[in-house]
Design a protein around this ligand. Structure first.
Ligand SMILES: O=C(O)CCC(=O)C(=O)O
Ligand SMILES: [Fe+2]
Length: 370
């Protein structure tokens, strides 16, 4: 008998086992959570909130760039705290790229995963990464001026949309999405204030689901979709990057990928809600009715946007830098300024997302650690 409700059929995706096999075959990827060795304890730092965020008060990243133990510990710290902040960094864009690649390499990402080359936010837009006119496809220049040109008035302070629409994780429409992202703000807003960025913990969102809803979420997948790139490319005569966007799997112009709704972070071993907010606004949750998909998407977005106790907000000064783990946090820019603001972002690619059924939630794992 035909189902009485319209069910969104799952797109064919490899089974969890196939994904794990594929990953372990291609990467020797690490199943056991990684242990922090203590090598960063000599630097002054503090937790910005109980749940998310750590700030290092005076560490210069250039001083530790060649120290593999420290970079590995840094990656573990980012994965555990979700986002880590550094003030007034001297790191240039080439060093930022080295750091982006090392964070994942030293924590076991597949050898084929490099730095992302963004289909739109690349050198083709002709915004230079420094004052010497350097263009680089592995750096996305985050520019208020270009955003206003391409995406219109939601990037002005008098926009009338809901600011909470901005919550997302980066480039999850790719089959191999990001592990870490590093944003260095090179020009803080000319207005003197505004332009803060917020991050929200996907681990904590998962922990706020009741056990029966966690069980349901554990079994689901979601399609992540970004339809606006093709539209923007057409409207503004931009040539999209089609070929290898940092991993051999990341090609084509569909900008669509199916990923587990709840993703295990291989560095911490913790489960995080992943198929939520901006990256699934134009996508859907698979295997449930269209109506159920909309209700679940709305509920997950609400948990992210309306729980300020799982968020952290950062106020930028020029040359401040943030590193976050795109597998386990969402973030949102604040478009409350009208002057110029600009930064360089490196997005590195990690593993094909997977859900390890024996992995723990953050709260469970932390309780077991003490
Ligand atoms: O401009 C910001 O504050 C953040 C922009 C963003 O979403 C990103 O860099 O990934
Ligand atoms: Fe982003």
């Amino acid at each position: 008998m035909a189902p009485s409700v319209e069910v969104i059929s799952p797109t064919p995706v490899p089974s969890i086992e196939a994904k794990l096999d594929q990953k372990s075959a291609s990467s020797g990827f690490i199943r056991e959570p990684l242990k922090y060795s203590g090598s960063l304890d000599e630097y002054k730092s503090f937790d910005v909130t109980p749940v998310i965020g750590r700030e290092f008060s005076d560490l210069q990243l250039t001083d530790i760039l060649n120290d593999e133990a420290k970079i590995r510990d840094l990656a573990i710290t980012v994965s555990r705290r979700g986002v880590v902040f550094f003030r007034n960094q001297s790191l240039n864009s080439d060093e930022q790229k080295i750091l982006g690649q090392k964070l994942g390499e030293l924590t076991g990402k597949p050898a084929t995963s490099k730095l992302h080359r963004h289909a739109v936010n690349n050198s083709g837009r002709n915004i230079t990464v420094n004052e010497h006119g350097k263009l680089d496809d592995e750096i996305s220049v985050i520019s208020s001026e270009v955003n206003r040109k391409l995406y219109g008035n939601r990037f002005f302070s008098d926009a009338q949309n809901l600011a909470s629409e901005g919550w997302h994780a980066d480039i999850t429409f790719e089959r191999v999405p990001s592990d870490y992202a590093i944003l260095k703000i090179t020009h803080s807003p000319e207005d003197q204030t505004g332009g803060d960025t917020l991050w929200a913990s996907g681990y904590e969102v998962y922990d706020r689901l009741s056990p029966p809803i966690q069980k349901l979420a554990d079994t689901l997948t979601a399609v992540h979709h970004q339809p606006s790139f093709n539209k923007i490319a057409q409207e503004h005569g931009i040539e999209l990057i089609d070929g290898d966007r940092g991993a051999p799997e990341n090609t084509g112009f569909d900008f669509k990928a199916s990923h587990p709704l709840v993703r295990t972070n291989p560095v911490t071993g913790w489960k995080s809600l992943f198929g939520a907010a901006g990256q699934v606004d134009n996508g859907w949750i698979e295997g449930v009715s269209k109506y159920e998909s909309e209700i679940l998407k709305k509920y997950f977005r609400q948990l992210i946007a309306e729980n300020h106790d799982l968020q952290v907000r950062f106020k930028w000064e020029t040359n401040d830098l943030a590193i976050w783990d795109n597998r386990s946090v969402f973030h949102s820019a604040t478009n409350d300024y009208d002057g110029k603001r600009q930064g360089n972002r490196v997005v590195s690619l990690g593993e094909i997302p997977y859900h390890d059924p024996v992995s723990k939630s953050r709260r469970e794992a932390l309780a077991a650690e003490v």
